[in-house]
Design a protein around this ligand. Structure first.
Ligand SMILES: [Fe+2]
Length: 397
């Protein structure tokens, strides 16, 4: 762990069931015209979008909707959102959705102020610039996973870039300007999510938390947040799945997601996320699911080197053992058992139409698109390590 460190959470966090009714009041602080960014397909979420728009209208806000976001959103969406924002003289961007919606909303907010196109700010682009400012952003998550509502990261898919231009490159825009001004976290908005989405998002939040603890940038503040996030997920994920309407369990997951976001925002993530992002780019595996598949194998790879942080996470999850090594092992057993219990897969079956050089593509994506995640891992992550780790999670068709 670092000897000197700092911790900054610039986002104003508003948390509570039913808080969506306050959206209009909060947005009004920035002006009267809002760009509302959301999913293209709002099936099952109609009520959430109606409640948000009702709140904005009752605060006399003018709403300009940009409901264009799908899974693994392409960076080309962002300039279109920027144009709409400027044309309608918007004063605030509101992202209402899961991680992909929040990331697009954050990127739009940033590009309103920064000159250039998304690729200029992508970490996979050598010589990229950091995002230093943005229009006001309000992030309203409808899943409990990425913690994007409090981070200065926005992951987008870039077409025609990198070593394999025939497949998308999933890269992150980074810079303190991406921090939302407000995170409005209403656990009620996650109630309608399916069991599989809830489990995959929780796996993402859990891995972000664990990786925040093992990162070379880990610090005491982020480790406390991450440990609490892990504990909340271990305690409440099963309940959220067996009783989907249980607001207490949903609140625990929403809080865990926010804690894990705040933690990894200062520490970065490590090799499990590098692998997950590659699975997303090469095979289109949704982020949470990709993290659930890559996570356990990546953590076992770090078990010896990271016995201390894993033992600390074990302590925070109330796992008892005689030695730190035993506690570390039991913590990893607990993560694996939880993933099995909630039906998350531990392997990815290679599709029949996969490119022949899929292993090379996965390895190169991890190294090129997520270089920080590789270097923040406390064990050297090179081509041969990645090749070995990917082979452990892939099974033939
Ligand atoms: Fe993640």
């Amino acid at each position: 762990m670092l000897k000197t460190w700092s911790f900054h959470l610039p986002t104003f966090v508003r948390f509570g069931p039913g808080l969506i009714r306050k959206l209009g009041e909060l947005a009004q602080e920035f002006g009267w015209n809002a760009l509302l960014v959301g999913y293209k397909d709002q099936t099952g979420m109609e009520e959430v979008y109606q409640r948000a728009q009702r709140s904005l209208r009752s605060a006399r806000m003018h709403i300009f909707t940009f409901f264009e976001v799908g899974p693994e959103p392409d960076a080309d969406l962002v300039p279109r959102g920027v144009e709409m924002y400027k044309k309608n003289r918007c004063e605030v961007v509101i992202g209402l959705g899961g991680g992909s919606v929040l990331d697009v909303a954050k990127a739009i907010g940033a590009l309103v102020k920064m000159e250039g196109v998304p690729w200029d700010f992508a970490n996979a682009n050598e010589g990229h610039r950091r995002i230093t400012e943005s229009a006001p952003i309000i992030a309203v998550p409808t899943t409990a996973g990425t913690g994007s509502e409090v981070t200065a990261v926005a992951v987008l898919s870039f077409s025609g870039k990198g070593r394999h231009p025939d497949m998308p490159l999933k890269a992150a825009l980074v810079g303190e300007g991406l921090h939302p001004k407000i995170a409005l976290i209403d656990p009620e908005l996650t109630v309608g999510k399916s069991a599989s989405t809830t489990a995959a998002c929780a796996a993402d939040a859990l891995l972000q938390a664990v990786e925040a603890c093992v990162s070379r940038m880990a610090n005491p503040f982020s480790t406390v947040l991450a440990g609490r996030a892990a504990c909340l997920i271990a305690q409440s994920l099963r309940t959220a799945l067996s009783q989907p309407q249980d607001i207490a369990a949903r609140s625990d997951l929403a809080l865990a997601s926010c804690f894990s976001g705040a933690a990894y925002d200062v520490t970065g993530v490590t090799v499990a996320h590098a692998m997950a992002q590659a699975l997303g780019a090469v095979f289109g595996v949704p982020h949470g699911l990709a993290v659930a598949i890559a996570g356990p194998v990546a953590l076992r790879f770090l078990q010896q080197t990271c016995a201390e942080p894993f033992a600390e996470l074990g302590r925070q999850c109330h796992i008892l053992a005689n030695t730190p090594e035993e506690q570390a092992g039991r913590f990893l057993d607990t993560v694996e058992q939880l993933f099995r219990d909630v039906g998350l897969p531990d392997k990815y079956t290679i599709p029949a139409n996969a490119p022949k050089d899929y292993l090379d593509r996965l390895v190169h994506h991890a190294l090129q698109a997520t270089p920080e995640a590789c270097t923040l891992t406390p064990v050297k992550v090179d081509e041969s390590v990645l090749r070995d780790l990917f082979q452990k999670i892939l099974s033939p068709a």
